[in-house]
Each structure stands twice: as structure tokens, then as C-alpha cells.
Design a protein around this ligand. Structure first.
Ligand SMILES: *[C@@H]1O[C@H](CO)[C@@H](O)[C@H](O)[C@H]1NC(C)=O
Ligand SMILES: *[C@@H]1O[C@H](CO)[C@@H](O)[C@H](O)[C@H]1NC(C)=O
Ligand SMILES: *[C@@H]1O[C@H](CO)[C@@H](O)[C@H](O)[C@H]1NC(C)=O
Ligand SMILES: *[C@@H]1O[C@H](CO)[C@@H](O)[C@H](O)[C@H]1NC(C)=O
Ligand SMILES: *[C@@H]1O[C@H](CO)[C@@H](O)[C@H](O)[C@H]1NC(C)=O
Ligand SMILES: *[C@@H]1O[C@H](CO)[C@@H](O)[C@H](O)[C@H]1NC(C)=O
Ligand SMILES: *[C@@H]1O[C@H](CO)[C@@H](O)[C@H](O)[C@H]1NC(C)=O
Ligand SMILES: *[C@@H]1O[C@H](CO)[C@@H](O)[C@H](O)[C@H]1NC(C)=O
Ligand SMILES: *[C@@H]1O[C@H](CO)[C@@H](O)[C@H](O)[C@H]1NC(C)=O
Ligand SMILES: CC(=O)N[C@H]1CO[C@H](CO)[C@@H](O)[C@@H]1O
Length: 480
């Protein structure tokens, strides 16, 4: 009987490890670490917003993580590329995301999720944050948390994206800390584990360090308002730049004292096309990994602003672009051992206390007085909101995408398949690749043009469009 029971438990264990891949990550000092084995985790990621920032249409019943067949197709191509994380911006909290979350989990890919959207009352208004900081707004935010808090591959939430810039009023930082506080209090009251919450900043250099210090310091009278990690949207390395010419050296010096994880929440300048991603070896090399925890390339799918790694064709097929091959080549050459090495100094750092001498920048706030919660929000936190929350991760049984995928040479790639990772595994470059073409699959086409060549989009146009949307955007301020 005991033997039978042991065998049965073994089977259960096998099944469990088959179905559920990644372990939750936790923040320790300035590192993300695996909660099971304490290995350091660095983000090798891509921004994932098929349809682009303007494609978000909650009435349509579709968002980037709602269609399992699309998620399977993209997870397989991302696994093959070598990524271990995606960032998803605009989510409809009324949809069921469990199938997609389970697919990315099985692929060993974590999710970083923005709780806001560009629609009215779904993000802070940088001109008058007190108008948008309402219980309706926070209920929507909590529903996003509710929809993702049960998945072990939820790496974290962004409580804001590029809210602070030259046009934001001085009160904005206090409101971002207030939203961060409310999200963290909601997680503490309702989620099965502590999930990190961070802020994603535009690279507006005069405001950057003030923003970072304001958000990451310890406030003894409002402890949960401190961010757990900081994302920087940085487009300062273009073409064959260097560590110095890109200003990455300045970032490393400026952020050298960080007590929380920092990473590029968007990067990948496209002024020079095709992109060869020479910043990738710099970001994951010795000079930067002591301060940065990787980054997310902007962006998976080709959209009007020309940052795509793949073309999502109207007929459901996918065409890989040369940037996909170039990025994969760069990822494949990374020293994974270096990336996973934990550093006892880094993991034991504690944040500084908030004080005005940490702050800088013209018109940057000097006040750590945070707004009180709007009426009714305490009750939302205490009682929970009714989001579309799946209890847990499902087993992924269908591993073969139904869509055709074309290599950069136009040939169809056959044999594409999701590799379901073992428990406690996340994806790594060079592992878990699938798919071949009739001609040599490994020939990279670096140097040739993407099939849909367009000249690189004008950075300022993109920025303007994104600011108009009032939320996410490609923060392109190369003020070196
Ligand atoms: C999530 O991680 C915990 C360990 O922190 C583990 O006990 C649990 O089984 C995991 N759940 C899934 C669905 O993988
Ligand atoms: C969850 O989403 C599914 C479709 O995505 C929908 O049919 C269902 O009604 C939603 N449930 C709730 C509680 O919103
Ligand atoms: C936004 O929220 C405010 C305050 O709750 C409300 O008065 C206004 O009608 C809302 N606007 C939209 C477009 O929903
Ligand atoms: C980092 O901390 C050291 C020691 O406290 C200090 O001298 C230095 O100015 C700090 N650097 C930055 C960029 O804040
Ligand atoms: C370890 O972490 C500390 C604190 O962040 C940093 O100063 C140091 O350079 C790191 N060492 C290595 C080898 O990365
Ligand atoms: C789908 O569309 C792409 C891009 O227009 C085209 O190259 C491909 O041949 C089409 N495939 C099918 C099966 O229609
Ligand atoms: C600072 O704020 C003042 C008063 O609102 C304004 O006149 C000035 O232009 C601002 N300066 C900058 C650099 O934004
Ligand atoms: C909380 O502490 C900060 C920093 O010490 C201080 O500036 C702020 O006035 C305090 N807020 C309240 C409500 O006491
Ligand atoms: C996975 O990747 C690591 C690091 O690149 C490599 O050492 C290892 O051999 C790979 N494993 C498999 C099964 O390909
Ligand atoms: C089949 C296969 O290649 N599996 C690998 C997938 O990636 C993980 C982590 O990178 C490896 O441990 C597996 O061996």
C-alpha cells in the first residue's frame, strides 16, 4: 500500500512538473531571485502588444492575452528566440487570461503587466492626477491584479508608465506612490503571494534620478508606497553605438547605488535599420549586470512605428523579420552563468529613507505627503473586487501552433512546437528551440533588409502619438 502510494505520488509529481513550469520570483535587494533556489534572474524580454498601443479595444472581447491559439504561436516563437519574460501593456480585466498565462508559464516565460490602459479613467492624468485618482479607476486596477495574481509566472505589475515627463504637474510623483501603495495593499490583502510592483519611467534625463529616488526610498509613514523595481524606457543606444556613446555608462554610474532591481522596461532604438542589437552584449555583460537586471526589447510584433521582430500577417501567418534573427544571434552568445550568479552584497541592500535631499530636477516635487485613498477604496481592498480570475495555471496539452510561420528567407518553418519546461525552469537562449526550414536554419541574414522595409519611423512622431494616447509610449528622449 505504501509502495502504491509512493508510486501514485510520483505520478502526481511527474504530472505536476509537466504542467507547471516557472517558480515565483522575489525581490532581494537589487536583484530578482528565484524563490526556490535563490538563483539571480535577469530579464531577457520582449514587449508584447500585437495590434500596437492603439489596438486596445475592450469592447472587442480580445486583448493580447485572451486568444490561446495566438499565444501558443507567439510563445513558441519567443521560446525559440530565447526570451524569458514579456511585458503586456493593455489588458481587459473582464476577459479570461488563464489559457494564455498557462501557455507562457509552460514556455518558461514570465509576465510583467501594466495595470493601466490609455482609455479615459484607466490611467493617471499627468496634468491633473487628482481627477483620475478615483475609486472607479482603482477598481479597474485591482481587477487587473485579480486576473493575474494566481499565476506563478506573473513577475510583477507596473503601477504607471511614463506618467512623469516635462508636461506632468509636480503632484504626479505622489499620486504614483499612492497607486503603488494601493496595489501593494490589495496584493497583501488578496493575493496568494507577494507580487512585486514597479514604475516604468521615460528617459527624460533631467527628471530621471529625482523620479527614481522619489519612488524607491522608504517612507516610514506609508511603507507600502515604495516601488519594488524600476523600469526605464531607454532608446539611447542606436546602431553601432558604444557603452560610452550611448550614455549607458552614465546610467550605470547614476543607478550604481540602487537598492531595488532596475531594468530596461523598453529598449531597442530603430534609427538604424535593420537592428543588430549590439547593446545586448553590453546590457548582459560585466559592466552592466552589477546594476541592471536585463531588459525588454521593444517590441515583438511589427506595428506602424517599425519596432517589430515579426510580422503578424492578416491571414494569421507570421513572417520572421531580420531583427528576429539578429536578436536571437545576440541572445545565443550570452554568458548565462554570469547572468544567474547571485551577489550577496546586492541581495542584502536596504532602501534609503525618503528625504528631500534625494530629489532633483526643475519643478520636481519636494513633498512626500501622499494623497489619501478615495472613499470606498479601503472596502475594495478588504473585500476584494470581482475580476475574471482563474484559480490557477492549467495544463497545456496542445503544443503545436496551427499557424504557418515563414523564415526571413520566405521558406516555411516546419516542426515548431512548445517545449513544456520542468518545474522551476525558465526559458534560456539556445535551449528549447524548434523548427527547421528546407535550407540551413542557422544561416542568419544579418545585413539584409526586412521584407517590409520602411525607413525608420521618426522618433518624434512616435513620441507625440504615444503622448496623445496619454499612457504608454516609446519614451524617446535622448538627452545625453
Ligand atoms: C506555484 O509556486 C508554488 C511555490 O511557491 C508551488 O507550491 C505551486 O505548486 C506553484 N503552482 C503552480 C500552479 O505551478
Ligand atoms: C471571463 O471571461 C470570459 C471570456 O473571456 C467570459 O465569458 C466570462 O463571462 C468572464 N467572467 C467574468 C466573471 O467576468
Ligand atoms: C471619469 O471619472 C470621473 C470621476 O469618477 C467621472 O466623473 C467621469 O465621468 C469619468 N469619465 C469617463 C469618460 O468615464
Ligand atoms: C552612491 O553612494 C556613495 C556613498 O554613499 C555616494 O558617495 C555617491 O555620491 C552615491 N552616488 C550616487 C550617484 O548617488
Ligand atoms: C555586487 O553588488 C554590489 C552592490 O550592488 C555591486 O557594487 C558590485 O559591483 C556587485 N559585484 C559584482 C561582481 O557584480
Ligand atoms: C499570408 O500572408 C502573407 C503576407 O501577406 C503571405 O506571404 C502568405 O503567402 C500568405 N499565406 C497564405 C497561406 O495565404
Ligand atoms: C516650473 O514651474 C513654473 C511654474 O509653474 C513654470 O513657470 C516653469 O516654466 C517651470 N519650469 C520648467 C523647466 O518646467
Ligand atoms: C510622512 O513622512 C514624510 C517624510 O518624513 C513627510 O514629509 C510627510 O509629511 C509625512 N506625511 C504625513 C502625512 O505625516
Ligand atoms: C541550455 O542553455 C545552457 C546555457 O546556454 C546550456 O549550457 C545548456 O547546455 C542548454 N541545455 C540544453 C538542453 O540545450
Ligand atoms: C528539451 C530542452 O531543450 N529542454 C531544455 C529547455 O530549457 C531548460 C532551461 O533552459 C533546460 O533545462 C531544458 O533542458
Amino acid at each position: 500500500m505504501a509502495q502504491f502510494k509512493a508510486a501514485f505520488l510520483c505520478l502526481v509529481a511527474l504530472f505536476t512538473s509537466y504542467a507547471f513550469a516557472v517558480a515565483p520570483l522575489v525581490v532581494k535587494g537589487s536583484d530578482f531571485v528565484n524563490s526556490i533556489d535563490d538563483a539571480r534572474f535577469q530579464i531577457i524580454g520582449v514587449a508584447y502588444q500585437p495590434g500596437g498601443s492603439s489596438g486596445f479595444d475592450p469592447g472587442s472581447g480580445i486583448d493580447p492575452l485572451s486568444d490561446a491559439s495566438v499565444c501558443l504561436r507567439d510563445a513558441v516563437l519567443m521560446q525559440r528566440l530565447g526570451v524569458n519574460a514579456i511585458r503586456v501593456y493593455n489588458l481587459d480585466p473582464d476577459l479570461d487570461h488563464s489559457a494564455c498565462a498557462s501557455i507562457f508559464n509552460a514556455a518558461g516565460i514570465y509576465m510583467i503587466l501594466d495595470v493601466n490602459s490609455p482609455l479615459p479613467n484607466q490611467s493617471l492624468n499627468r496634468g491633473a492626477p487628482w481627477e483620475s485618482y478615483s475609486s472607479d479607476y482603482l477598481e479597474r486596477v485591482f481587477k487587473v491584479v485579480e486576473g493575474f495574481m494566481n499565476f506563478n509566472n506573473t513577475l510583477g505589475f507596473f503601477s504607471g508608465n511614463e506618467v512623469i515627463n516635462e508636461d506632468s504637474v509636480p503632484q504626479v510623483p505622489a499620486y504614483i506612490r499612492a497607486v503603488t501603495r494601493d496595489v501593494k495593499d490589495y496584493i497583501a490583502a488578496q493575493a496568494p503571494r507577494s507580487i512585486p510592483v514597479g514604475y516604468s519611467a521615460a528617459d527624460v534625463r533631467p527628471l530621471l534620478m529625482g523620479t527614481f529616488n522619489y519612488m524607491s526610498c522608504e517612507l516610514s509613514n506609508d511603507t507600502s508606497s515604495k516601488i519594488d523595481f524600476f523600469g526605464l524606457n531607454s532608446y539611447s543606444w542606436c546602431g553601432d553605438a558604444t557603452f560610452e556613446s550611448s550614455g549607458y555608462d552614465v546610467l550605470v554610474a547614476d543607478f550604481g547605488n540602487t537598492t531595488i532591481p532596475i531594468f530596461f522596461s523598453e529598449y531597442g532604438c530603430n534609427n538604424v535599420s535593420p537592428r543588430t542589437f549590439t547593446e545586448v552584449p553590453a546590457l548582459y555583460g560585466k559592466e552592466m549586470t552589477s546594476v541592471f537586471s536585463g531588459g525588454l526589447i521593444y517590441e515583438y510584433s511589427e506595428e506602424p512605428n517599425n519596432y517589430g521582430l515579426v510580422n503578424l500577417n492578416d491571414n494569421g501567418t507570421v513572417s520572421l523579420l531580420v531583427d528576429y534573427d539578429n536578436l536571437r544571434t545576440q541572445y545565443d552568445s550570452l554568458d548565462i552563468g554570469l547572468l544567474e550568479k547571485a551577489n550577496a552584497t546586492a541581495t542584502s541592500l536596504t532602501p534609503p529613507s525618503c528625504a528631500v535631499n534625494l530629489l532633483s530636477g526643475t519643478n520636481f516635487t519636494m513633498s512626500f505627503n501622499l494623497p489619501d485613498r478615495p472613499n470606498g477604496v479601503d472596502a475594495l481592498i478588504k473585500n476584494g473586487v470581482s475580476g475574471n480570475s482563474s484559480d490557477s495555471t492549467n495544463a497545456v496539452t496542445n503544443t503545436k501552433p496551427s499557424q504557418t510561420v515563414y523564415a526571413t528567407n520566405g521558406q516555411e518553418i516546419s516542426g515548431l512546437q512548445l517545449t513544456v519546461l520542468d518545474w522551476d525552469q525558465s526559458n534560456l537562449p539556445g535551449n528549447n528551440t524548434s523548427g527547421t526550414t528546407p535550407s540551413s536554419p542557422s544561416s542568419t541574414t544579418s545585413g539584409s533588409s526586412p521584407s517590409n522595409t520602411n525607413t525608420a519611423a521618426k522618433v518624434d512622431d512616435i513620441k507625440f502619438g504615444a503622448l496623445l494616447m496619454g499612457a504608454l509610449g516609446v519614451g524617446i528622449y535622448m538627452q545625453l
